[in-house]
Design a protein around this ligand. Structure first.
Ligand SMILES: [Zn+2]
Ligand SMILES: [Zn+2]
Length: 552
């Protein structure tokens, strides 16, 4: 098969069809990359704007810029009974393609300002999160407390500047870590505590600048030390000074380069292909997933799922779902939908339908409803008679089984996750017929300070910094420090960042492995392996057996 979009060859197997058959959908027309890219164009995860609520006129924060042509309601009122989504109901028109009709509905129904699923406390400047408290600029996750500037997480407390962090406390600048406690500037490490600059370590504590270590204590740059020597080193380590941090970071990165890297990361798996998949069974070509069973092509599903294919983000009691974005919490049989959650079942082609919804097709913004098509109520009998006709119609138009096309996304390409994973220029985006946004957000402050003018040491940073805008040393974008963040840096003796939160995110994102598998050979035994490290990369990549032979 060749992908309809990028024309590269891809395979559809009988195992894929086992899941496709649940919905009687034909083979996908797009390759894995293009399927993922298309879904991501509907996901503005981290670009927030100030705008007015179209219901109350209040100033609000939203993922929708003020220049969007549709109505946006603030989160509390979107969930209230002050408006009725069923008023926007449409008849299904068998003379037109479905996506065209759905686009009309989507542009008429008011949108929720933020992807907040309720139960957040004092966390207004966050998006796509759930059950979090006292958080700021965190995205894609649940159950965080007193955490700032991070993305993709579950169960956090006192964490700042992170990407893919699971069940952790008091961490700073960590990427893809799990069960971390008091871990700083570290990545790809599990069950580590009270350590700095670790990479690919597990169950280590009191270690500094180490790589590929298991169950070690008092190691500095991979060399063993006595407790006293380690404590002396740490007493002399002036962590609050940004020059010292830079020097240590460089020293650690140089050390990492001397050690081999495991082809694929993941633990406690049975029959799994993909990277950063943990505690899973029979999973194919998936990335950043935990607790999956019999799933294929899933990405960023940290809360588990069974019999799912092509789901990007979430999980948590998720069964028999195909081609979805952001779905989770006790859901079953969800097809080609976005933000469907909390006890939903048999939902097709719908967006923002949650809280015990059942048997919906092509709906937007419904809660506790069943047997609706394009936001119009039907009886059970009418629904069951109409749905097969719609499916037949969509099979003829080639839409059945395909995700919503990027052309109907409410977001511009560069506002979404697609731009992070599949970066394109404005021209390339427009050539594809997709949209680009030039809307810029302003930061106002009493005083602009260039990053290099900041005092080097956290102890020399005055409280007045809270009134300044710091100009990012890379992007030139101004950013501010918030009081609780300053307190964290002071308590942990960490320098104030010199880069904008978006730049910091980008820096971490560049250290993250891509959602891609390459065929290459183990750099030691030469046996064929699959890895997320492209063949041209300079790291030495080892198969699992060779890697284990070199881990200490
Ligand atoms: Zn493709
Ligand atoms: Zn090998």
């Amino acid at each position: 098969m060749n992908c309809n979009h990028c024309h590269s060859p891809f395979q559809v197997t009988d195992e894929d069809r086992r899941i496709l058959n649940i919905f009687d959908v034909p083979d996908p027309q797009l390759c894995f990359d293009c399927r993922l890219q298309g879904k991501m164009t509907f996901y503005n995860r981290r670009r927030l704007y100030k705008r007015k609520c179209d219901l109350t006129g209040k100033d609000i924060v939203s993922v929708y810029s003020p220049d969007k042509p549709f109505k946006v309601y603030n989160v509390a009122d979107w969930y209230s009974d002050k408006w009725e989504p069923m008023e926007y109901g449409q008849d299904f028109d068998f003379s037109r393609p479905f996506f065209e009709q759905f686009e009309t509905l989507l542009s008429r129904v008011p949108q929720n300002a933020l992807a907040i699923l309720g139960d957040n406390e004092n966390s207004d400047y966050t998006n796509d999160n759930y059950k979090s408290r006292n958080c700021y600029l965190i995205f894609d996750g649940e159950q965080a407390e007193d955490s700032y500037y991070g993305e993709t997480f579950v169960y956090l407390k006192d964490c700042v500047d992170f990407l893919f962090l699971y069940r952790s406390e008091n961490c700073y600048e960590c990427l893809s870590c799990e069960n971390a406690y008091n871990l700083k500037y570290s990545r790809f490490s599990k069950n580590c505590s009270d350590s700095w600059f670790l990479k690919d370590c597990s169950s280590c504590r009191n270690c500094f600048g180490c790589v590929n270590l298991n169950q070690k204590e008092y190691y500095i740059f991979n060399e063993p030390h006595t407790k006293e020597a380690y404590e002396k080193f740490m007493a002399e380590f002036d962590s609050g000074n940004c020059q010292v941090i830079q020097a240590m970071k460089q020293k650690a990165e140089a050390l990492y380069k001397k050690y081999p890297v495991k082809a694929l990361r993941g633990v406690q798996n049975v029959n799994v292909s993909g990277d950063e998949v943990n505690r899973s069974k029979n999973v194919f070509h998936s990335f950043d997933c935990i607790d999956l069973e019999d799933c294929r092509y899933c990405t960023d599903c940290l809360m588990g799922g069974k019999d799912c294919m092509d789901v990007h983000v979430w999980g948590g009691g998720m069964e028999q779902c195909y081609n979805d974005l952001l779905i989770g919490v006790n859901i079953r049989k969800i097809l080609c939908s976005i933000y469907v959650s909390h006890g939903a079942s048999e939902i097709y082609y719908s967006i923002w339908c949650l809280q015990n919804v059942q048997n919906l097709f092509g709906c937007v913004g419904l809660r506790q409803k069943q047997y609706c098509i394009l936001n119009k109520q039907y009886s059970k009998q009418e629904y069951e008679a109409l749905l097969p006709k719609i499916i037949e119609h969509m099979k003829k138009t080639g839409e059945w089984g395909e995700f919503f096309p990027p052309t109907i996304s409410p977001f511009a390409y560069n506002e979404t996750l697609a731009q992070e994973y599949f970066p394109l220029s404005k021209e390339e985006v427009q050539q594809k017929g997709w949209t680009w946004s030039d809307y810029e957000v302003e930061t106002r402050a009493d005083r602009m300070v260039q990053a290099h003018q900041l005092p080097e040491h956290i102890d020399d940073i005055p409280d007045d910094i809270l009134n300044w805008a710091i100009v990012c040393e890379i992007s030139g974008k101004p950013f501010k420090i918030i009081p609780q963040e300053l307190k964290f840096y002071r308590q942990n003796q960490l320098p104030v960042p010199r880069r904008h939160p978006d730049q910091r995110h980008l820096d971490r994102f560049q250290l993250k492995q891509p959602y891609r598998l390459f065929d290459r050979n183990c750099d030691k035994c030469q046996s064929p392996i699959q890895t997320s490290y492209a063949p041209e990369r300079e790291e030495r990549i080892y198969c699992e057996a060779c890697y284990l032979g070199e881990v200490f």
